[in-house]
Design a protein around this ligand. Structure first.
Ligand SMILES: [Zn+2]
Length: 232
């Protein structure tokens, strides 16, 4: 599972180097998904994840309808948010999991509080789509958790706060690692998956109805609840 996490980081590091050393720059098109996957020896889904991160960080814009990296055009050099995110990614390997979880709660409580206070449904469309996708009972636990990670990132993205987003994205590998490693400790995935889905639904409802306190409680309970379940 951690393979996947490392693979998208490999793609991101490669693209960061290409951009940093001027082999790619604004106006250029990113190499295609298939080409990058073959060159770096990773799966195409990892390339897609890395391109999505670049999109979120405002480095590329992806055309819709043609596959995420097929239409990815570089629109900016990586800025401070991007390097903060990458540095955090590296440092996060040495962070203690309790500290990662505590920081995650602090950030996400702020994220949903902000969203509930200034509710704007258009910014929440990606999170809503991910919520629908997570409702599919046929999802494997790993697939559900990958969507779950994107759901939380989509909420941070919806705030429009680039600093918050950079920090969240920087902690992403550390978060995905503890979440996925914890799977081995869950006896009854279908009950856990159903609970997580219900919690996400309640969280979005609280945000959409402007109940900031309820949204903050929901997200803190959601993160603490899963961690308590998988904690060694
Ligand atoms: Zn979640």
């Amino acid at each position: 599972m951690a393979e996947t996490t490392r693979a998208w980081r490999t793609v991101l590091d490669h693209l960061e180097r290409e951009l940093g050393e001027g082999r790619l720059g604004p106006g250029d098109r990113l190499p295609g998904e298939r080409e990058l996957a073959a060159r770096l020896g990773v799966g195409r889904s990892s390339v897609r994840e890395a391109v999505r991160v670049l999109d979120v960080m405002g480095v590329v814009r992806t055309a819709t309808g043609s596959g995420p990296s097929a239409g990815a055009i570089i629109v900016a050099r990586p800025g401070a948010g991007m390097s903060t995110m990458l540095r955090l990614q590296t440092a996060a390997q040495a962070f203690g999991v309790d500290d990662v979880v505590a920081t995650r709660v602090a950030l996400e409580v702020a994220v949903v509080g902000t969203l509930a206070a200034a509710y704007d449904d258009t910014h929440l469309a990606p999170a809503r789509e991910l919520l629908v996708a997570m409702g599919d009972d046929a999802l494997a636990p790993e697939e559900f958790l990958a969507l779950d990670a994107r759901f939380h990132l989509a909420l941070a993205e919806a705030t429009g706060n680039q600093v918050m987003l950079a920090v969240m994205a920087g902690l992403r590998t550390a978060i995905e690692d503890y979440v996925r490693l914890g799977l081995a400790r869950i006896d009854d995935w279908s009950a856990t998956g159903a609970r997580l889905h219900a919690e996400h639904t309640a969280l979005l409802d609280a945000v959409a109805s402007g109940r900031a306190d309820a949204a903050r409680t929901c997200v803190a309970d959601h993160i603490h609840g899963y961690f308590a379940q998988i904690r060694p």
